[in-house]
Design a binder for this molecule. Structure first.
Ligand SMILES: [Zn+2]
Length: 282
């Protein structure tokens, strides 16, 4: 993995990034106190994808801006989705460094980033491969700068197409608004492979056949029987207690009755002997 450093001191970059290098490069850049908050998509119309031959094409375009349009040197659109060389891998060329205002939409160049694609969108829509690189770039900028992934016709944070700002077809009549909106949506992750058919569980050994288990069950049964016997004994004792309780109540009553009679006798004796007893009545 290439490690990138901040290159924002340069107005013009001229660097080429393969798709996997786009996010790391953008993450390493400084964007200043007033970073871009809007992204505009373009097509070049000319040169086409097939005509793009690499750095020389990029330099030729910026020379044309300088010479024929009188723009400041190194100032133009920021990004160019194009092949590294003719027939080479697709990626992103950096024109004007994205920290700096470029020139790509009349009247809306402050804090807006221009993404060109080497393509004639009036002849054919972007291919899925081109759209994938565009998505990678737009998402990386969104992530680094907090640009919302929201289409807007206003000069507000979000995304737009060049034709919304000018009487042009850019990025091409074949790249319709609906098509571009779909192309910039986060892609659905691929479906996971289908699950294999269910496999029945292997037959389990009968746990009851295990002698250890059998011994344990026997021991549990014996304990339960002993507990049941204890319960029966306790129940019998409770019944006996109730019976004994009844007997004791009888004895207590008899004892109380006998004492009452004896007290009465003593009281009578005391009265006859004129002995004060305190037992006036029983
Ligand atoms: Zn344009």
């Amino acid at each position: 993995m290439t490690t990138f450093t901040d290159e924002s001191a340069k107005l013009f970059s001229g660097r080429f990034l393969l798709p996997h290098e786009i996010a790391p490069w953008i993450a390493a850049q400084q964007f200043g106190a007033m970073p871009a908050n809007h992204t505009v998509l373009h097509h070049t119309w000319s040169p086409t994808y097939d005509q793009w031959s690499g750095r020389s094409t990029l330099d030729g375009i910026f020379a044309y801006y300088r010479r024929d349009r009188g723009w400041p040197a190194g100032v133009g659109p920021h990004f160019w989705v194009a092949p590294r060389e003719r027939g080479g891998p697709l990626g992103v060329w950096i024109g004007t460094h994205p920290r700096h205002d470029g020139i790509h939409v009349a009247g809306f160049n402050h804090r807006s980033l221009g993404i060109e694609t080497a393509w004639n969108g009036d002849a054919a829509p972007f291919t899925p491969a081109v759209e994938a690189v565009l998505r990678t770039l737009v998402f990386a900028l969104s992530s680094r700068l907090g640009i919302p992934l929201r289409w807007t016709h206003a000069k507000a944070p979000g995304l737009s197409l060049h034709r919304w700002w000018a009487s042009k077809s850019c990025p091409g009549t074949k790249n319709t608004d609906v098509r571009m909106a779909a192309a910039m949506l986060p892609q659905k992750p691929p479906m996971p492979p289908p699950l294999p058919p269910p496999v029945p569980d292997p037959p389990q050994e009968d746990p009851m056949a295990d002698p250890e288990v059998l011994a344990m069950l026997k021991s549990i049964n014996a304990n339960m029987e002993a507990m049941a016997a204890d319960l029966r004994l306790m129940k019998d004792r409770v019944h006996l207690g109730v019976r004994e309780g009844g007997f004791q109540r009888c004895m207590a009553n008899a004892y109380a009755a006998a004492n009452t009679a004896r007290l009465a006798e003593l009281a009578d004796d005391a009265r006859r002997a004129n002995v004060p007893t305190g037992f006036e009545q029983v």
